[in-house]
Each structure stands twice: as C-alpha cells, then as structure tokens.
Ligand binder design. Structure first.
Ligand SMILES: [Zn+2]
Length: 116
C-alpha cells in the first residue's frame, strides 16, 4: 500500500462538519464522545466501525475549489516568505522560533508551518 497520498486526498477525506479532535462537538452538533470506537466516522477511509448519520463529505468539485484556494494562498505567501515578510500580517520577520513541531515568525508569533 502506498502511504503517500495526493494533497487533494486530505480535504476530500474529512467530513465537512469536523472541527478537530480536541473539540467536543462537530459543526452538526454531534458530540465526538458519542462514538465509542477509537476511529471516528468523520474520516472517510479510517475503517471506522460506527456510522454518523450526519457525515457529509466534499464533492470532487468542492475539493477542486479548496485546492485552488490553497494554491492561491501558497502562491501569495511564498514571495513574502522569501523576502522575510510574515504572510499573515505583512510585518518583517526578525527571527523564526520553533515551538513543538511548529515554526513561528517573531515578533508577531504567526505560525509559519509545521514539520513532522
Ligand atoms: Zn505575522
């Protein structure tokens, strides 16, 4: 099995209502604790044994729109980063600091990215 998935796999694989594993409820108001299994049905391809009746996954057209938006943001951010400008607030990056797996621009503290 190939463990490297194309980028568009990610937005297409998550339920539209998913808010994050550390939240209590999804946008449809379903409490994550409702599901007893460790695999949430919010992720299409995770072998979940339980089904959420409110699960709704993006269409191919919606995934393509999300991909175009992400590509636009990346194209916009890269020139700023290469010139030492924070892509979120436009202020100069005096230095970069790592905190956990994330890198932050200083002094504004906007997150620049995550490494794994
Ligand atoms: Zn910033």
């Amino acid at each position: 099995m190939d463990l490297v998935f194309p980028l568009e796999y990610q937005p297409g694989n998550w339920c539209k209502h998913f808010t994050g594993r550390f939240q209590k409820h999804c946008q449809a108001g379903i409490a994550y604790i409702t599901f007893q299994a460790s695999a949430l049905p919010c992720l299409k391809d995770n072998c979940a044994t339980e089904i959420c009746p409110h699960a709704s996954f993006p269409t191919v057209t919606e995934v393509q729109a999300q991909m175009q938006e992400m590509e636009g943001l990346i194209k916009q951010a890269l020139p700023n980063l290469s010139q030492g400008i924070c892509p979120q607030c436009g202020h100069p990056i005096e230095r970069k600091e790592m905190e956990g797996f994330s890198q932050y621009a200083m002094p504004c503290r906007h997150r620049l990215g995550t490494t794994f």
